[in-house]
Design a binder for this molecule. Structure first.
Ligand code: HEC
Length: 114
């Protein structure tokens, strides 16, 4: 899967949308617990993430859409996590106050879920 190692060091200088490192994914896992996304969502591998108010996020990396309407691409997923109402004004997901950098790490973790 995404975590395959080796042979791609040359690609690391990309911008935010470039190759995602293992460290960022691991940081995302910690942040998902810190922001308590798991109070509403069940998220595999994240401490205490067993909420049932909103949909489970297992296998999110394989999904085509975010909230049924936005293409599931990394920058868009990060933007959703940082401020869902900016993308879908009618959504019931609250803005969690995540910085752009934290949101990108959390998005990277969710994309690594296959
Ligand atoms: C108070 C409950 C609540 C919290 C806390 C919450 N969410 Fe959500 N989330 C929702 C709801 C409700 C939706 C469905 C929104 C919609 O369809 O418009 C949603 C949708 C999503 C989706 C899209 C799911 C799908 O099936 O396409 C993602 C990804 C997501 N949330 C990530 C997060 C992350 C990351 C956090 C923490 C930073 C978080 N959520 C915190 C309630 C919550």
């Amino acid at each position: 899967m995404l975590l395959a190692l080796g042979g791609c060091e040359g690609g690391r200088q990309g911008a935010a949308a470039g190759p995602v490192g293992v460290e960022r994914i691991e940081r995302g896992r910690v942040l998902l617990a810190q922001y308590q996304c798991g109070s509403c969502h069940a998220i595999p591998g994240v401490a205490d993430a067993r909420g049932r108010q909103a949909g489970a996020l297992d296998g999110f990396g394989r999904r085509s859409y975010i909230a049924g309407r936005l293409p599931n691409e990394l920058p868009l997923l990060a933007a959703w996590i940082a401020d869902p109402h900016a993308l879908v004004p009618t959504t019931t997901m609250p803005s969690m106050g995540a910085s752009a950098d934290d949101a990108l790490a959390m998005a990277a973790y969710l994309h690594a879920l296959q």
